[in-house]
Design a binder for this molecule. Sequence first.
Ligand code: ZN
Length: 337
Amino acid sequence: MERIDDPSPPPNKLFLGIDVGGTNVKLGLVDWQGVMQCKGSTATPPLKTPGNIFRFAMEFASLQLEGLGCAHGDLAGVGLAVPGVLDTRDFILREVVNLPGWYGEPLLQILSETSKLPSAVVNDANSAAYAEHGLRELGDKSLALVTLGTGIGCGVVIGGDPHGGDHGCAGELGHIAVRFDRDAIECTCGSRGHLESYAGSAGVIARMRDALAACPNDSVPAGLRDPELTPRDIAKEAAGGFEPAQRIIDETAQYVGQAVGMLGQVIDPAVVLLGGAMTFGGARSVTGQRFLEVVRETVKRTTLVQVGGNIVIEFASLGNDAGVLGAAMVAKQAYRS
Ligand SMILES: [Zn+2]
């Protein structure tokens, strides 16, 4: 991906990206230009510990190198993306859910000892942001990637490098307050009024249910009566013209826009990307495009002209591959340093 400052890249070097989540481990071999040459995944639970997962990843890399007709020496580095609060000085997870046995482990040390290669560890949100940054060839410009789903994550690349912060919490946009009234909804973290409580999927669904309770019963579309209501159902009915559903999506975009505006005002990034399952159809749908437009308008309305008028706000491009790609790219950084 770094085509500009790599005039003569080693032709055969490959980097292994490992993206570990509570359910799946995603793996990929990525070449010097940032192109994924092969990828795979496995379930996390049977492997459980960092050591087991890293050994599995190295076996995966070995097999894939043979399949690609490459020598084992062509593997030049290994990068790991992990969820949770990553101490970026000691590369230890200080907070993590759904990965028992990972808390407090010296991840960089275990990865280096297992791979015997230049290694790097990065938070998964920052890894994905770094991959999107590389794809756009942004050089030393800054970028934030906001991932909207059950939770709201945000990875930050400042001056061309992933930025974890001094406590591993840089860019925790889900826990920025967007409501300050006394009865603002309580967040999973215990504070009130945070973005995640209003624009995370549970918050969106709860607000939709409140709005439906105020509607005449016979006006509620069948698709919104499902006890397993999802943001996708809300997007579908909004596209079908059900005004209360559109209002919930517009409000969600305003909350996201408020938080992106605050982020913009603090780090003044060149680009902010919105990704994740809950972008209401994204670029492919009219509802998704309107969502993006309302986010942009809100950012403009709530920030200085130089900030709101210049930030490029778009949908993310890389989807599920972003974490693996970014992990491989930080491995390349480790190899070069
Ligand atoms: Zn919170």
